[in-house]
Design a protein around this ligand. Structure first.
Ligand code: CU
Length: 163
């Protein structure tokens, strides 16, 4: 049988644990809010863009681009109800930096074998660098409900084996 002083100690201990967890949760949410709204904060590379002015950016010609140094950059634009391009060919085994943006509402895209699932937010550029290791053809649909043509909004990633 525990006397009430001991019980008080346990209660106090668990209260401290709970308060620490709440403080961590609060700090995490705050940090995430700040990093989302302040580009560069915590090393995030959030980029913002005016969806009306995509023609002045590399998004004007969506698709895969090879830089002078051989780096691969893919630009994908999501608009109700299509992805541009809707077929993207990338070489297997090489890093590809994907830049993705929506022009209107939130869309979602699952790329390749499944661990790159991007929420495309109007005006916010999502940038992800990924090596696609397994050649093949991967079809995915927009996975954020975006309107009456949502189910027709599909995207195909073709990972081509190195020649
Ligand atoms: Cu969509």
């Amino acid at each position: 049988m525990l006397d009430h002083h001991t019980i008080e100690k346990y209660e106090l201990g668990w209260l401290v644990v709970a308060l620490v967890l709440i403080a961590m949760l609060f700090a995490g949410v705050l940090a995430s809010m700040i990093s989302e709204t302040v580009p560069g904060f915590f090393g995030t590379k959030a980029q913002y863009i005016d969806p009306a002015k995509l023609s002045q950016t590399p998004f004007a010609t969506p698709g895969l681009k090879t830089g002078p140094d051989g780096a691969l950059d893919a630009y994908i634009v999501a608009t109700a109800f299509q992805f541009q391009p809707n077929v993207l060919r990338v070489p297997a085994g090489r890093p590809v930096t994907l830049h993705m943006v929506s022009t209107d509402v939130i869309h979602g895209l699952l790329l390749g074998q499944g661990n790159v699932n991007v929420e495309l937010i109007p005006g916010q550029v999502a940038v992800i660098t990924k090596v696609f290791d397994h050649p093949g053809s991967y079809t995915s649909e927009c996975n954020e409900y975006c309107g009456t043509g949502h189910q027709t909004m599909s995207f195909k990633l073709i990972v081509e084996a190195a020649k």
